[in-house]
Design a protein around this ligand. Sequence first.
Ligand SMILES: [Zn+2]
Length: 127
Amino acid sequence: MKDSFTTIAVFQYSSEAQIIKGKLEFEGITVFLADEYTVDTDPMVSNAIGGVKLQVYTEQTEVAKSIVRAIDPNLLIEPVLCSNCKSSNFSLKMNIKNLFLKLIPVNGKFEYNCTDCNTNFKAAEAL
Ligand SMILES: [Zn+2]
């Protein structure tokens, strides 16, 4: 199926996305950058629309992920799971600190609260 795409990484600026895109294409992966031109036109909207999405054919997802993982595993979008019970049921903990982080987003620094075991964890600790 060459008609479904999976977003494997998100970048704030298209220049970062272009570097990874070049590496993946060199390895034979077809890459699409969604919202690249929107962000280029107005970088201030990047956070609002969720950044530049690096997409690959779904069938190439695992190969593409392994290449990106070798460059920097933090670039990959991984599903957020509770660090204690691996549940995917959680809520974003809202406090003043998170509110500031939301205004000035820092990758993976949000704190989550597992609704199954009540563990607090940050996205960086999530597996
Ligand atoms: Zn949990």
